[in-house]
Design a protein around this ligand. Structure first.
Ligand code: ADP
Length: 545
């Protein structure tokens, strides 16, 4: 017997309808790409999103067509998302930090028909235009006054383009399992892979993200998503914020410490989220200018491991609660968040930090298990590490245009991460399966060593890679970027780490570099580092031979 409740399809445009009806005046403030701040609200945003939908429809964009966006977080980008989704087309966020050849490959693979772009990216697109075969029209997210001359096919300024629509248009009707959005993983090995979100998965993910033990955002919050819309679905915030009626502050293209501080302070932001590299820049700015964060309550940090020292500084110096989170593009992207369960809620000082360095626990909708190389499930004792597998309503089951079945027989997706899970369900990433250092048949976590090293007051950033060793197979090499105008010796750094990790985990050598390479999403590029140090001979290796 079926239930007798209404069949109310979970469609993303219902989120902006809700925001426009129940939170119409709530503001969406953006740092525009042209420079000045811009303010609108959810009522207006929906009105203009309908024009985007109407205009795309008139251009012949249909259910299932892909529309690329190469853009910073602004009100126009948000309108574009809702307009695209509202006719059953698919927003395809392209990460501008990718190599130009990768951008071309992705656009061709996705067969994007329209490219919506910020002014910032016109030079890249003009260089690539000959290779972007499927693009029929370029919509430049600006007005006529700021539109430069360009030879891009059918290029039109966004404001002119939507002005041609009167907005007398209704969202289209379709199944909630229809694709809504698309995001390619960075593809650190091989070609990038397309992850295809559905309306249903996006709506359920937004409900999940809003929960108090997840992002915990409400209509009382002022939300600053520093995490770009092109990075893993904006961690859900472009949908969750209007869903709960939160004020939105969109940072545009300026993500440096001073610019982010200006937004946090001017607009009294209460909630923000981004990768650790962004917060390194902000903390450096605060320290240099003796600035404070009186309004910010919570910062969600993920995408790569949040160093213990960063959590401590945010909490102890600035009074801002840190929520460590883990996820991946394939998971829409939230997997775990580090809110404190009652078992841990009263902890203080170092004991509290011991829990907060973990990546957190799974909200409803994410199932996790850890397995060994033969796929046997491992105990959740907080000590045993294994490969992390996940299952849920917002987890991918296949990549775009790839027929391979990527799930195991129970329907779990292999994350490629190695972790422990403690008896209270807190997951802690030990490493990417391919980055873990294999020493004498045992595993050493590069992330643990990096976290420890950045706790040294002179260290700005640290990376650990495995270097081949004649006796142990691999041994850790610690690569360090010092803070501005600092000097340090190998012994000073190793002395600091001594006693804080097992003796056999201690790095065999330390090198100081000016810069550590990062991926397009702000992660340390271990592949590039391994390449850079491929001929490096550890002093311990020379001794062992
Ligand atoms: P990319 O940034 O390469 O496009 P994702 O954002 O999907 O791809 O990256 C997901 C991966 O990032 C995870 O599988 C994990 O290895 C890493 N990651 C994400 N959050 C964390 C975290 N809090 N701590 C450690 N690693 C993390």
């Amino acid at each position: 017997m079926l239930g007798l409740m209404q069949d109310w399809p979970l469609l993303c445009h219902r989120i902006i309808d809700h925001a426009a009806t129940y939170h119409p005046e709530r503001r969406v403030i953006s740092r525009s790409v042209e420079g000045p701040f811009h303010t609108t609200n959810y009522f207006e945003l929906r009105r203009r999103a309908l024009k985007v939908a109407q205009r795309l429809d008139r251009d012949g964009i249909k259910l299932g067509d892909r529309v690329a966006t190469l853009a910073w977080n602004t009100w126009r980008h948000l309108e574009a998302w809702y307009g695209i989704m509202g006719i059953g087309a698919i927003y395809h966020t392209v990460n501008p930090r990718l190599f130009p050849e990768q951008i071309a490959w992705i656009v061709n693979h996705a067969e994007d028909r329209v490219m919506m772009t910020d002014l910032t990216f016109l030079p890249i697109l003009e260089k690539l235009a000959g290779q972007l075969k499927p693009i029929e029209r370029y919509v430049v997210l600006t007005d006529a006054a700021h539109m430069p001359a360009t030879a891009l096919k059918n290029a039109v300024p966004y404001e002119e383009w939507i002005a041609e629509a009167d907005g007398d248009f209704a969202w289209k009707d379709f199944d909630e399992r229809t694709a809504a959005g698309m995001c390619y993983t960075s593809g650190t090995t091989g070609n990038p892979k397309g992850v295809l979100y559905s309306h249903r998965s996006n709506v359920l993910h937004s409900l999940m993200a809003a929960q108090v033990d997840a992002m915990d955002v409400s209509s009382r919050d002022v939300v600053l998503p520093v995490v770009p819309m092109f990075h893993a679905n904006c961690w859900g915030l472009a949908l969750t914020s209007p869903m709960v009626g939160a004020t939105l502050v969109m940072p545009g293209g300026k993500l440096d410490g001073a610019s982010i501080f200006e937004l946090l302070d001017t607009y009294r932001v209460s909630f923000t989220a981004a990768v650790p590299t962004v917060w390194l820049m902000l903390l450096a700015h605060l320290e240099a200018n003796n600035a404070k964060l009186p309004y910010l309550k919570k910062v969600v940090i993920g995408g790569s491991a949040c160093p213990r020292a960063m959590t401590k500084t945010f909490q102890d110096v600035y009074g801002v609660e840190v929520c460590h989170a883990w996820g991946m593009t394939e998971m829409s992207p939230l997997g775990t968040l580090g809110s404190l369960k009652p078992e841990y809620a009263d902890l203080t000082g170092e004991e509290r930090l011991d829990i907060q360095v973990k990546q957190g626990h799974a909200p409803f909708g994410v199932e996790m298990k850890i397995v060994d190389d033969s796929d046997n499930e491992l105990p959740r004792d907080g000590k045993t590490f294994g490969r992390l597998k996940v299952r849920g309503f917002a987890v991918t089951r296949s990549y775009f245009k790839e027929d391979d079945d990527i799930l195991d027989p129970q329907g779990f997706f292999d994350t490629g991460d190695v972790c422990t899970i403690d008896p209270h369900g807190y997951m802690q990433i030990t490493d990417r399966a391919k980055d873990v250092i294999k020493s004498g048949g045992e595993w050493i976590s590069s992330i643990d060593l990096e976290n420890l090293a950045v706790g040294h007051p002179k260290v700005a950033e640290a990376a650990v890679i495995g270097i081949s060793h004649p006796k142990w197979d691999e041994r850790p090499l610690l690569v360090i970027v010092l803070k501005k105008d600092q000097t340090a010796t190998k012994d000073e750094i190793l002395g600091f780490m001594q006693g804080k990790v097992a003796k056999w985990w201690m790095p065999d050598d330390v090198v100081f570099v000016a810069e550590i390479p990062h991926t397009a999403t702000g992660k340390i590029q271990k592949m590039a580092l391994r390449e850079q140090f491929k001929d490096y001979v550890l002093p311990t290796a020379a001794a062992a031979e």
